[in-house]
Structures are given as structure tokens and as C-alpha cells.
Design a protein around this ligand. Sequence first.
Ligand code: 5GP
Length: 186
Amino acid sequence: MKNILFAISGPSGVGKGTLVKMLLEGDENLVSSVSCTTRAPRAGETDGEDYFFIDRETFEKKIAAGGFLEYDEHFGNYYGTPLSFVEETLQKKSVILEIDVKGAMSAKAKKPDTVTIFIAPPSAEELKKRLRGRHSESEEQIAERVARAEYEESFAPQYDYTVINDDLNETYARLRFIIESERVKE
Ligand code: 5GP
């Protein structure tokens, strides 16, 4: 059985967080990557678990040393996937990155054997319904997220797999099938 790097993307509200959690709970040979960030830890976050919290100077040195599989800046802070963590973990287990479209494409460019999976909503209408159901976003934020989702979906053809999340358990079964199939491929 091979250890594989999986990169999973999908719009906010599509259910990817829940699906990744289900995959991790059901598979002891799969772990999620821990990213580095320059932002301050929030209450309840643990260094080395939620993120590796490092300062800007350390982050920039790590960029210069080629220490990231990919990195980006969000809201004035750096975020990146540490190459050493991914490579060391891949010696023992498969690794899953829950990452945005840009990050997934960068990871694939740097490590072409990365298996990329895009989780799509059944429709824009359904995504809106799910976002409304979370009661955490205003109508304006929902419209922004739907526009962002359309942008992200334009990358779907570049992914190795696209899975439409119409039913959580069915989607989970499809993802498990992809993971198992990739592990035994020659
Ligand atoms: P937060 O500060 O809320 O934890 O995350 C802010 C943003 O950073 C989210 O959109 C999250 O997906 C993104 N992010 C977290 N880790 C990484 C990473 O390793 N690489 C990239 N490119 N983005 C990340």
C-alpha cells in the first residue's frame, strides 16, 4: 500500500470539513497536515495541533529555504504547508490537505503525484440553502461566498477527481473508494 498526499478543496459550506473529519476518524493510516501561520493563536488553539505558530521572520526564512509545499497570505498573515512535515509523515502514512484551489494547484505543481479532489455542491441554489442553514453569515456574505464558490468551481476540471456532495454518506463512501484505489495503484 502506498502513502499518498491528497489535497481536498471545495467551496465554503460544501461539507468538506465534515467529510475530512469522517475520513480521518475512519482511517488510522491517514493524517491531516498541520500548517504554519504567522497569525496569533485563538483561544483554545494548540501549537503543533491547530497550526505551528511562528513569527514573520521565521516564516520568511522558511520560504527562502524552500520549506513550504505551498504558502499564501490571507488577511495580512502568512499560511503555508510545511514540506518537511508532509514528507516525514508520508514515510509512514497518507496525508490529507484541506486547502483552497490555489494551494491545491501549487501543491500539485510542486509534487505532481499529489491526488487532488474537488468537492462540489449539487447546485448554487443548494449551496445557498446550506449557507443559510448555518445561520452564521448575512445575505451579503452568502452572496459573496456563492460568487467565490463559482470561481473555485471553475478550477474543478484541473482536479484529478470531482465529487458532488449531494448525500454526505454517499460522498464519504466515494472518497473512501478514491483513497483505497489510489493506494493500490501501480
Ligand atoms: P484561519 O486564520 O481562519 O485559521 O485561516 C484563514 C485562511 O487561511 C483560511 O482560508 C484557510 O483555509 C487558509 N489556510 C490555512 N492553512 C493554510 C495553508 O497551509 N496554506 C494556504 N494556502 N492557506 C491556508
